[in-house]
Design a protein around this ligand. Structure first.
Ligand SMILES: CC(C)(COP(=O)(O)OP(=O)(O)OC[C@H]1O[C@@H](n2cnc3c(N)ncnc32)[C@H](O)[C@@H]1OP(=O)(O)O)[C@@H](O)C(=O)NCCC(=O)NCCS
Length: 198
């Protein structure tokens, strides 16, 4: 049905459209980020270089058609090598009229790859607690709610931007948003009826 293609160091040559396209998608979908900035090609490419590719606990894949037409992206982050655990990260259907179910298939495939090839034992994620459509999407995959954590709004003066961060223990300031944490439940997990090829 589609392909998961890792975004690698040479993305400017291999996927020259990426910086521009991911910026448009990010600006159209503020729920995927904790910041309130307007994305640009340069900023997105810098983010890919420094906060995705340079990190050894993070891997982001483009979700595309079999003809490599981009539909969205999905990945793993905060991979813990000793615990063999990690979080589903950056889930976004950028093309809203992409085939129905493509993100479900992409997630199932990524999870199956994580379990079978990477040998991950625990897969978790965090989502804004008011992002009902994403929570429903994750529940269909077999994720269950574990706990919520309050976020606090911070202002980054040098960038003139606002950002949400996990509030420290004992924080008693205003809480506008919360993260809901979810984990993949072995009983509820939707077993992959698809075959996939590496
Ligand atoms: C979260 C997100 C990726 C889910 O996308 P999606 O369109 O629901 O996902 P899919 O492509 O798998 O499509 C699922 C739909 O196809 C339908 N479908 C059709 N065939 C299907 C199949 N074989 N398997 C699964 N679903 C199928 C489902 O019923 C579902 O329809 P519904 O929304 O009416 O329930 C999308 O809402 C998104 O990009 N949101 C903005 C970014 C965001 O908030 N990300 C989460 C950050 S934590």
């Amino acid at each position: 049905m589609g392909l998961l293609t890792p975004i690698v160091k040479e993305f400017r040559q291999m996927m020259p459209y990426l910086g521009e396209l991911l910026s448009v998608w990010r600006n159209e979908n503020p729920t995927i980020s904790t910041g309130t900035f307007v994305a640009s090609k340069e900023r997105t490419e810098k983010w890919l270089d420094e906060l995705v590719i340079d990190r050894d606990d993070r891997l982001l894949f483009m979700v595309t058609s079999l003809e490599s037409e981009p539909y969205g992206h999905i990945g793993f982050s905060n991979f813990d090598y000793s615990e063999l655990s990690g979080e589903i990260d950056s889930v976004l259907k950028g093309v809203k009229d992409a085939p129905k179910g493509i993100m479900n298939f992409a997630s199932q495939t990524l999870i199956a790859w994580g379990q079978e090839v990477v040998r991950m034992k625990e897969i978790t994620l965090s989502v804004y607690s008011d992002n009902e459509s994403a929570i429903k999407f994750y529940e269909k995959l077999g994720f269950i709610k574990t706990h919520e954590v309050p976020l606090m709004k911070i202002f980054i003066e040098e960038k003139n931007e606002e950002k949400y961060e996990v509030a420290p223990e004992g924080y008693d300031g205003p809480v506008e948003k919360k993260y809901l944490y979810m984990k993949l439940d072995k009983e509820k997990e939707k077993k992959n009826e698809l075959s996939y090829t590496l």
